[in-house]
Ligand binder design. Structure first.
Ligand SMILES: Nc1nc2c(ncn2[C@@H]2O[C@H](COP(=O)(O)OP(=O)(O)OP(=O)(O)O)[C@@H](O)[C@H]2O)c(=O)[nH]1
Ligand SMILES: [Mg+2]
Ligand SMILES: [Zn+2]
Length: 305
């Protein structure tokens, strides 16, 4: 909250990188400055709009307030742990996938769920298309429920114009498994950004977790793009279990026809969602994905509260 009494003399800024109490912000004039957060209570993350003041030319500027967030992407790291905010004020979430590391569609579903619940547009970028073409059959379910699929290559640059057009002037965020090429895409889209990239582990074909913090860059279009650390798993922080159904667009829509208004679409009688799964109108794996997330989020809630 921007409640600081000194806020009148403070200036506006945009957090482009946050490392705990410190980070980098961009002034309204487009200058990037190091900052430190005042006080213990203020939580600052990449994408936050903040108030800041300069007290001495040699010290980092001091962030004294955070404007209300339009939304935030948060994850539930482990049972009983507090949710971790990855970034705030996101308009477009790009889930990056590739043939290697092997895609985990459950992770994709959970990012899509998080995006929908936070009110961000979402799309899938199939990277490394130079190595393996977009698996149309496997990903058809996503096109069918309305998500754009962009085959791209950070190596050749193929497909990036379409992705850039979709991103527009918003604040985009690259999410996905470690090693799918998020930082490589960022480097290709923002020449000179020199973000570190890493190979895959020879033993496991998994990423090496090269990126360790979310960092925002500016695209030539003026839009923004945030590179995030890759994940091995992703469980969105969703306080209300009943919201999860609305994060799965086809389940939320079909669920309006269930017999019980508070139907969880798991085992209730006269569940329109279960009927649609039985008829093949809702993808059974997506429904399984929904069921698993309900279980995981339920366990997390049991442990936190
Ligand atoms: N052939 C090919 N290789 C790519 C492409 N994009 C990335 N790579 C390779 O994939 C590996 C991982 O790339 P990164 O950009 O570090 O992946 P990341 O998603 O940022 O990984 P984390 O930071 O660990 O989450 C590197 O060896 C890249 O060279 C691509 O389009 N084609
Ligand atoms: Mg990276
Ligand atoms: Zn139902």
């Amino acid at each position: 909250m921007a409640t600081d009494a000194t806020q009148d003399s403070s200036k506006a800024g945009l957090v482009v990188a946050a490392y705990g109490r410190r980070g980098m912000l961009e002034t309204t004039g487009g200058i990037t400055l190091p900052y430190v957060v005042r006080g213990r209570r203020l939580q600052v993350c990449c994408g936050d709009s903040v108030h800041w003041q300069a007290f001495s030319a040699n010290d980092p500027v001091v962030v004294s307030g955070v404007l209300p967030r339009r939304n935030e992407l948060s994850r539930q790291p482990a049972r009983g742990s507090k949710a971790e905010t990855i970034a705030a004020n996101i308009s477009h979430l790009v889930i990056v996938m590739a043939a290697l590391p092997a895609p985990d569609l459950f992770i994709t579903d959970r990012y899509l769920c998080a995006a929908r619940l936070m009110g961000a547009q979402a799309a899938i970028a199939w990277n490394k298309a130079d190595l393996a073409p977009l698996p149309g059959a496997e990903l058809a379910v996503y096109a069918a429920i309305g998500y754009p699929l962009f085959p791209v290559s950070a190596t050749t640059g193929a497909g990036l114009d379409a992705l850039l057009t979709w991103l527009g002037q918003g604040i985009g965020l690259l999410a996905g498994q470690s090693g799918v090429g998020k930082s490589s895409l960022l480097n290709r889209l923002v020449p000179g950004s020199n973000t570190a990239t890493g190979g895959l582990s020879a033993a496991s074909d998994e990423g090496r977790h090269t990126t360790t913090a979310s960092v925002m860059y500016t695209l030539a279009s003026g839009g923004r793009l945030i590179d995030t650390p890759g994940v091995r798993d992703f469980v969105p922080a969703i306080p209300e279990l009943r919201d999860i159904a609305h994060g799965f667009v086809e389940i939320g829509a079909t669920g309006r026809n269930c017999r019980f208004a508070d139907c969880s679409h798991l085992r209730e009688p006269n569940c329109a969602v279960n009927a649609a799964v039985a008829k093949g109108r809702i993808d059974a794996r997506r429904h399984e994905s929904y069921r698993r997330l309900m279980n995981l989020a339920g366990q997390a809630a049991d442990n936190v509260y």
